[in-house]
Design a protein around this ligand. Structure first.
Ligand code: SAM
Length: 279
């Protein structure tokens, strides 16, 4: 690989192991490179990987299997850091042993939301650190309602809006979505609803809760409303969403960003855009 262009600030995946049968990924989050592994990599193998990386200010390694946080192999880990995607800025957490607070593979979803959000009222379900909301407000959404059960994630979400000067007309609600369906109903309707639930959390059992939620979401949509439904499970394909959609039409099916390509895309991230069927 050649040297990193000093002017190139956008984050990107340099190596996607899962797409090639290997158990680690490498991300460039300028000016740092992160090696994120799902199994232990010994020091000699790490040095070999490092020898092929472009020049940068720091190289950090994390072994998720042993739940270790990142450690610096070169340079030092900063207290706070930001990632840039499509010129928007997001705070990331390099101290966490599982997630940095931003899912880079969802870039095509955020880009689609940017294309659709102008003058729309948007509901962002399972908002996490609100990256969809930042993209929607930047594209001219009228307002966004973010809902996530974890207050700490919403706080980062709030910061992400502030970092981009997009905090006006954005709401943050820390609700358990499945326990708050009627409370959410009272706040609607919305023109664009994003559903991006967790894949393996007890708080949302995909097989049973997703069909129930899709049905409810139908009653939260404005007349020409659209739904972006995401699914990131190797055990359920996009057919699961189509089967449980309450009479909506499929407008688009997208997968992870190009550099995150899976051998079988249906085993990775699925992003389905639905529109209300014409009556
Ligand atoms: C896959 S992440 C969402 C990623 C986010 N859409 C993004 O683009 O960065 C799943 C989120 O769902 C939240 N969550 C899980 N179960 C929930 C529930 N029952 N109600 C509300 N939020 C929930 C978690 O706290 C987590 O932030």
């Amino acid at each position: 690989m050649g040297p990193v262009d000093a002017l190139m600030l956008e984050a990107k995946r340099l190596f996607h192991g899962r797409g090639q049968g290997l158990n680690y990924n490498i991300d460039l989050i300028p000016p740092y490179i992160l090696i994120d592994s799902f199994e232990d990599i010994d020091e000699a193998a790490l040095e070999k990987i490092i020898s092929e990386l472009p020049e940068c200010e720091g190289i950090f390694y994390r072994n998720r299997k042993s739940r270790e946080p990142f450690r610096a192999l070169r340079g030092s880990i900063p207290e706070t850091h930001h990632l840039i995607e499509n010129s928007l800025r997001y705070e990331i957490n390099l101290k966490d042993n599982q997630n940095i607070g931003f899912f880079m593979d969802m870039k095509p979803g955020r880009e689609l939301i940017s294309q659709l959000s102008k003058d729309k009222k948007v509901l962002n379900l399972f908002s996490y650190t609100c990256s969809f909301s930042v993209a929607a407000m930047n594209a001219g959404a009228l307002k966004v309602t973010n809902i996530d059960m974890k207050k700490s994630f919403l706080k980062v979400g709030q910061k992400n809006h502030q970092l981009n000067g997009l905090e006006k007309n954005v709401q943050f609600l820390s609700y358990d979505i499945m326990k708050s369906l009627s409370g959410i109903t009272k706040k609607g309707p919305w023109d664009l609803i994003i559903i991006d639930p967790p894949s393996h959390q007890k708080s949302f059992h995909l097989e049973s809760a997703y069909p129930k939620l899709l049905k409810k979401v139908d009653s939260w949509l404005s007349e020409k409303g659209m739904v972006l439904a995401c699914l990131n499970s190797p055990f359920l394909d996009s057919g699961f969403l189509l089967e449980h959609a309450p009479g909506w039409e499929v407008s688009k099916v997208l997968y992870s960003a190009e550099e995150f390509k899976e051998i079988d895309p249906e085993k990775g991230l699925k992003i389905v855009l639905f529109t209300r069927a014409e009556s």
